[in-house]
Each structure stands twice: as C-alpha cells, then as structure tokens.
Design a protein around this ligand. Structure first.
Ligand code: NAI
Length: 377
C-alpha cells in the first residue's frame, strides 16, 4: 500500500511528546515523515528535520512557511500533526484545515470554548479529518472495557471513578523552574493548569468507555503551592447524560505517584478497572463472583482489542504503541475507511467546555454547572 506523507509541527529535539508521534506514525509503515517545522527555533528545527530524513526543501523554519510550501505540491502531506505548546494549537490547526489538510492535534485542542467550536465547524465545512490525541483510548484493554460496556457485560453503568495524579510538580523549591512554571501561568496555560493538562484525558476516557457524554460537573480546584495562580490539584464530580455518576481526581503534587492514570467503571452487574502503569491487564469482577484478570492478547477478546494488540501475550505494551494505534486509524480514515474510536474535534471541544465550566464551578464554591459546549446542548 502506498505510504502516506506526514508532516509535523513542534515535537523538536528534546521535546516530550515528539518521539512518541514519530514512533507512532511510522511504526506500521503507513506514514513517512515528509515535512516538518519542528522547533520554535527555525535553524534548530530545519537541522533536526534533515537529520530525521526530511528533504532540505521540506525542512521548514516555521509552520506558515510549511503551509505555503506544502499547499501546492502534488505530493503534499496527507496528515499534519500539531505537537506544539497549547496556546498555538488553535491557530495552526485552523489554518491547515482551511488549506485542505487532515490534522491530528495534541490536547488540549484549544484554549477557549469558542475556538473549539470554530475548529469543529471548520472540520465539518472542509470535510477534513481533525483528530485529537487522546491516545490512552487506543490501548487494547481500554477498547476491551468499552466493548464490555457496549455488550452489556457490566449492565447499566452506575459509577465511574478515575484518577490522573502524579507528583512531579510537588517540590515547592522547584516551582520556579521555567519548564514547570508555565503550566500554572494563565498567560501560557489558559484558564486551568492540572485539569486541562491531565484531567481531560481522564474525562475523555470516562466518556469513551461509557459511550456517554458528561452533562454537568462540580469542581473543587486548589493551588497547593501558594505561588501558583492555576490549580495543581482538582476534584471534579460529574454526571453523565445517561445518569452515571463520575468522580475524577487529578493532581501534580501527589508525591510518590509516578503517572497514576487509572479508571474504574462500575455497572449493575459488574466492575472493571484499568491502570496505565499496567496497561496489559484489566480486572473484572462480576457481581457476587471472584475478580478475573483479563490479559491483552488472550483468546476471546473483542475484535477491537485484538486489532490493536501489537505484541504477543505477556509482553509489555508501551505508550508509543497507543499513539501508533491512533495513527493506524488515521491512515485508514485518510484512505476512506470508517474507523470507530478515533478521538475527534468534538472530543477536543467537549474537553475545553468542561475545563472552562470546571473553572467557573470552582470559583463559585463547587456549584453544579452545565459541562457541555453550547453547540452540543
Ligand atoms: P515540549 O515543550 O517538550 O516541546 C514542544 C516542542 O514544540 C519543542 O520542540 C518546541 O521547540 C516546539 N515548538 C514550540 N513552538 C513552536 C512553533 N510555533 N512552531 C514549531 N515548533 C514549536 O512540549 P511537550 O510536552 O512535547 O508538549 C507539546 C504538546 O503535546 C502540548 O500541547 C501537550 O499538552 C501535549 N502532550 C500530550 C500528551 C498526551 O498524552 N497526548 C503527553 C505530553 C504532551
């Protein structure tokens, strides 16, 4: 099958998420890195792209140059990944969609709800794919959990409990480190710190597995390190359209927790749990019976979990492979196939609305507010 041309903006040398995208996009031979504007420093970005094998004339100094350089080429990129810092996502994603490119945007998709609505509208009007990198939803055993809900194995979902809490910003003496400080500075991060950074992965995951959307929420935000303007800890209670109750804790000051993303879904006839630090297993407990450990790669899993399992049973499945699963479905979608489960601009918008409404709720003492974006109410 012909390889698709892929372009990347951001994700330069030393960036956190850049390597996961490069492994993910190229793991299956679907995409080849054909163009890039990889760094905020034009010279460094051009040099690094060339070291990664990009032709000199497609190793761009910035994203506007890349847009102009690519738009009229016969072999222009089939997909652009936006892996720059948050405040730039809207402008870049919108410009590439309007110029007729498919886009995979990092989370959070935008800084405001209005920008999120704009992206949803532009993607619809242009007919281009706008996906958002909620990559945890592409782990095989997360797909298995979603399938368990879909097939009624848990009964009606009553309760979802999820955490995304780590302790890597818990050292007050390191709070002024520039790599940490911007995340709690409204000028750089927007209206929310930890909830917009990690909490939205957990909120998306709750909707993804339950097959339902968040309707209302009530938030309690805290800046446990006093110099921080934005929250470094949040507890968000939510209610879903179908009535399920949700509890979400996200923190960056939970010293001792390394990554700490887990989710438990409790239905009328059973409960199931997944942890990102042990992504190969889910723990399933039917009502009145013993807990079973269901392993990635074993017989009897759903087709969706089997399709996304890349390594043999009992071998570890890594984070870049979840990102690779996003690219597998993007390639299939660009080639005209329908793939269920690709997180889209609508998911990115829902997250932004939840972030802004959580901020409003936290400021009003935890009042329950409508979590949905106006265009989806
Ligand atoms: P980072 O600060 O480590 O790297 C950012 C990269 O973008 C750098 O190479 C920088 O030079 C480049 N850059 C900045 N402005 C640019 C511009 N205007 N044009 C081209 N390149 C530019 O940041 P990190 O942690 O890699 O985060 C990037 C994005 O990925 C953020 O939106 C973050 O929220 C998201 N992210 C998502 C994760 C996920 O699980 N889906 C995990 C980690 C980050």
């Amino acid at each position: 099958m012909k390889r698709l041309n892929w372009g990347m903006i951001g994700g330069g040398e030393g960036s956190q998420i850049g390597p996961a995208h490069r492994l993910g996009a190229q793991a299956d031979g679907n995409f080849i890195l054909a163009a890039g504007a990889l760094d905020h420093d034009a010279t460094k970005g051009r040099a690094y792209a060339q070291r990664l094998g990009v032709a000199t004339d497609r190793a761009y100094g910035d994203w506007r140059e890349m847009l102009e350089g690519e738009r009229n080429r016969d072999d222009k990129v089939d997909l652009v990944t936006v892996a720059t810092p948050n405040s730039t996502h809207f402008e870049i994603t919108k410009a590439f969609l309007e110029a007729g490119f498919n886009v995979l945007c990092e989370k959070p998709m935008t800084m405001t709800v209005q920008e999120g609505e704009e992206i949803v509208k532009v993607a619809k009007a242009t007919g281009k794919i706008c996906a958002v990198n909620y990559c945890y939803s592409a782990y095989p055993m997360v797909r298995e959990m979603r399938q368990m809900v879909r097939t009624g194995q848990l009964g009606k979902v009553r309760l979802i409990v999820t955490n995304f809490s780590h302790g890597h910003h818990g050292d007050a003496t390191d709070a002024d480190n520039p790599r940490v400080r911007w995340r709690y500075d409204p000028a750089m991060a927007g209206v929310s710190g930890q909830f917009a950074d990690c909490g939205i992965h957990a909120l998306h995951m709750a909707s993804f597995i339950a097959g339902d959307e968040v309707r209302t929420l009530s938030a309690d935000f805290a800046s446990t390190i006093a110099s921080r303007e934005l929250e470094d800890d949040a507890m968000v209670n939510f209610r879903m359209e179908g009535g399920a109750v949700g509890r979400l804790w996200t923190s960056s000051v939970a010293i001792g927790r390394q990554h700490g993303f887990d989710i438990q879904v409790f239905g009328e006839t059973g409960g199931v749990r997944w942890r990102s630090e042990d992504p190969n297993q889910i723990f399933y407990t039917p009502v009145g019976a013993r807990t079973q450990i269901i392993e990635k790669g074993e017989n009897g899993l759903s087709d969706e979990a089997q399709r996304l399992s890349r390594v043999a049973i009992a071998h570890p499945e890594g984070f870049p492979l979840a990102v690779a699963n996003i690219y597998v479905d993007l390639a299939a979608s660009i080639r005209g196939e329908t793939r269920d489960g690709l997180p889209t601009a609508a998911d990115g918008l829902r997250s932004m609305a939840a972030v802004h409404q959580a901020v409003a709720s936290a400021k009003s003492g935890g009042a329950w507010v409508d979590a949905r974006p106006p265009m989806f109410r």
